[in-house]
Every structure is written in C-alpha cells, then in structure tokens.
Design a protein around this ligand. Structure first.
Ligand SMILES: NC(=O)c1ccc[n+]([C@@H]2O[C@H](COP(=O)([O-])OP(=O)(O)OC[C@H]3O[C@@H](n4cnc5c(N)ncnc54)[C@H](O)[C@@H]3O)[C@@H](O)[C@H]2O)c1
Ligand SMILES: [Zn+2]
Ligand SMILES: [Zn+2]
Length: 392
C-alpha cells in the first residue's frame, strides 16, 4: 500500500510499505477514506520529536471503512464507517476505567516523554507518533491497523460527509476538552493563544457553551480574520500588538480574562533567547505563551493547555500564578470521552468543524500538504488527504 513516511526533518515521502495485517485479537484493519495533517505532526516534521525512525508511517487523524476484524472485536463489523481516536486505549485499566483514555497504561511499550519518570508507566500509545509512543504506524496511508478496536473507533451514521466528522479523531475533542478544562460557561471571557486548527476548534466550542468574549492571539492575519468572521473573536496580532497580555488586561477592566487557553505549545514564537536555547537543545520548550497566559488571566482563573510541551521551560512565573491563585489543566485529549457527545452536536448542526478546511489533496501529494501547512502557504488552515485506491 501507499503511505506517508518520515525520513528526517522536512523530508516526508509517500512510499510503498507492507500492508497492515491483524496482529492481536482486538485489531481491525481500516481502509482509510480521509486523513488530516495535525499541528502535532508539524513537531515531528520539524524534527523536534525524538524516537522517530526513517520509514515510520505518520498520521493520527483518520477515518475509513472497516475491512477486517480480529476475533475479539465485538463492537464493529466489516463495512462499517468509523472515526478513530488518536490515542490507543485498552478500555480496561485503572485510567481507562476512570475515562482518562490518554493515560491508558497498557498500550505504550515506549518510554513516553516524562523526563523525571521514576517507574511510572507510560501513557497511551498513539498512531504515527514516534517510538516514544509505541511506534504504531499511522493513518496517513491507504490502510491502517487499529488496535484495541473495542474502545476506540466511533461508528458514523450515514448521511454525514467524511470532512464533517473527521476531526472527531483529535482536534475537535481537543478544542472541547480545552474549553471544559477552562471552565467556560455562559458569559465567560476567555483568551485563546493560537489560531491554528486547535485554537479554532476551541473557539467554536467556547461559542457553543456561551462564552461572551473571546480574545484570540496569533500573528497570521488570515487565520485571525477567519476566526473573527466565523467565531466573532477579538483578534490580536502579536506582530502589531507587542504585548497581547497587556492589551487583554486593559480590555477587561484591569482584571484579565476568566481563562486562557494555550493552543500553541512548545514551539511558540516570540522569544529570541528561547529560540536560541531550543536550537542548541538546552531547553525543551518556549514559555512565551504560558507567560502571556498567566499575565492575561484574572485572579482565581484557569490556564488550560492543549498545546504540546516537552521538557523544561525558561522563566515559568509560578510565583505570579500562585499570587493570582490560578489553576492549570493540560495534557493529551481523552478523545474517546468526548466523541459521542460531539457527534451529537455535529448532527444537530451546533458544530461545523469542516469549515476550517482549506486544502483537500490526494494522499500522493501529502508532502506538499505538509509544506503548505507548515509554511502557512496559500492561507492554509487545515489539510485533508484522500487515499485514491487503484481498482483491484
Ligand atoms: N493536547 C492534545 O491532545 C493535542 C491534540 C492536537 C494538537 N495538539 C497541539 O496543539 C497545538 C496547536 O495545534 P494546531 O493544529 O492548531 O497547530 P498550528 O501549528 O497550525 O497552530 C499553532 C498556531 O499558533 C500560532 N503561534 C505561534 N506562536 C504563537 C504565540 N507566541 N502566540 C500566539 N500564537 C502563536 C501559530 O502562528 C499558529 O497559527 C500544537 O502544539 C499541537 O501539538 C495537542
Ligand atoms: Zn493531532
Ligand atoms: Zn487502558
């Protein structure tokens, strides 16, 4: 089959790789009908995620039609159309029983990304996300093996197009969990840092839950303008407004917003010192957005962090957070927890995640898709890839 493989930073290729086969009783083989490129894939693409090997198949946002099921699969049958969550969760461990699916402690034979690990077991394995997360081949491919299929895939009713539901695999639940963690409710005032797909999904969910004012910070004018038109955000371009937190505080009666959402993560732009340190590999992450979020949030408020972090950050002002009595919530999304409810919202027309899509490419043009998304070319917001199967 054809699949998008990693070779080194900025070098990804569509190549022929072996077809996946059923390996465990709870596996299914999925014929992929649509797959997307995620901001998390860009961390890999830029060579920032250790534990990648040449030839690894990328992709963790995908859906398709079930081709084959293992003998222990009880919930789905061949021919069903499903969306697959990006974390692989057993459904039966301490954390899965607590519905903290991203923390599943049985599916990741890799070491995970905790530095001061002690003997803590790794969190859930993930599709196409390096050998730190289990080395599972991803779904930017014609076919993919989906382990633990009794816990992951969600069956999609007929009548919905792939792109209406594809983002249930990751960015929609991620935006939703970010606003739940931010305790967004009717009348909330919030700030969202990052107008990428995750920030946009957070804005959509915050609107649905009744947020009153949403500030959105980025420096890509086209992304901010889309968010203003679609979700009525107050755009803040940090190329023009040097200190977004100061602006937000001034606009909120010198208190700050109820909550800030960091939908950027460790590759945040803006600190020359941190860029140098990160390039020298002396530091894991840029703390630019976290510092801004702490400064922009009112006393007693929340910092919700869906953006990915790794290792150390410089200048984390924990004293300011303490003085303000801030709460923090972060982490990989417990996708399975939110998928059924979000599907209901899509069916009722309350969420239309597909509006963010700008590029639809055949799988064989995936490398160009990565370039467009990474370089923000052609006003790219989100790329969907479609495998084109040759007739058998
Ligand atoms: N927690 C999870 O389970 C989960 C799931 C999906 C994605 N993510 C993470 O969410 C983050 C965003 O993903 P995405 O798909 O939206 O990616 P993206 O790269 O398309 O978007 C990030 C946006 O942040 C902006 N940005 C950069 N520096 C900034 C700064 N200093 N202030 C404000 N904005 C800044 C960029 O211009 C860009 O528009 C990534 O870190 C990704 O890995 C986490
Ligand atoms: Zn993702
Ligand atoms: Zn589990």
């Amino acid at each position: 089959m054809k699949a998008l493989t990693y070779h080194s930073a900025k070098d990804v290729r569509v190549e022929t790789v072996p077809d996946p086969i059923i390996q465990e009783p709870e596996d299914i083989i999925l014929r992929v009908t649509a797959t997307a490129i995620c901001g998390s894939d860009l961390h890999i693409y830029r060579g920032k995620i250790p534990g990648m090997k040449a030839g690894d198949v990328l992709g963790h946002e995908f859906m398709g039609v079930v081709e084959e099921v293992g003998p222990a699969v009880t919930c789905i049958s061949p021919g069903e159309r499903v969306v697959v969550p990006f974390t692989i969760s057993c459904g039966d461990c301490f954390f899965c029983n607590a519905r903290l699916f991203a923390a599943c402690e049985t599916t990741n034979p890799g070491r995970g990304a905790i530095l001061n690990k002690k003997n803590v077991r790794s969190g859930a394995g993930m599709f196409g996300y390096s050998h730190l997360y289990g080395g599972y081949p991803g779904g930017q491919a014609e076919f993919v093996r989906v382990p633990k299929a009794n816990t992951g895939p969600l069956t999609i009713p007929a009548g919905l197009a792939d792109e209406q539901v594809l983002f249930l695999s990751d960015i929609l639940p991620t935006g939703y969990q970010a606003v739940l963690n931010a305790r967004v409710e009717e009348g909330s005032h919030i700030a969202i840092f990052g107008a990428g797909p995750v920030g946009l999904m957070a804005a959509a969910c915050a609107r649905m839950l009744g947020a009153e004012r949403i500030f959105m910070v980025d420096h890509h004018a086209y992304r901010l303008e889309f968010a203003r038109q679609t979700y009525d955000v107050i755009p803040i371009n940090f190329d023009e407004i040097e200190d977004p937190a100061e602006f937000i505080v001034e606009q909120t009666d010198f208190r700050g917003v109820d909550a800030s959402i960091d939908a950027v993560g460790f590759e945040a732009k803006g600190s020359a010192l941190e860029t140098v340190l990160t390039d020298l590999k002396l530091e894991g992450s840029s703390g630019k957005v976290l510092r801004q979020a702490i400064a922009a949030t009112r006393r007693g408020g929340v910092i919700s962090v869906p953006g990915v972090y790794a290792g150390f950050i410089h200048g984390f002002l924990f004293g300011d957070a303490f003085e303000k009595g801030l709460s923090f919530a972060s982490g990989q999304t417990h996708t399975q927890q939110h998928m059924p409810q979000l599907l209901e919202h899509i069916l009722r027309g309350e969420l239309r995640p597909e509006v963010i899509v700008t590029h639809r490419l055949p799988l064989h043009e995936a490398a160009r898709g990565y370039e467009l998304f990474e370089q923000k070319l052609e006003d790219c917001r989100k790329v969907i890839l479609t495998p084109e199967l040759l007739p058998a």
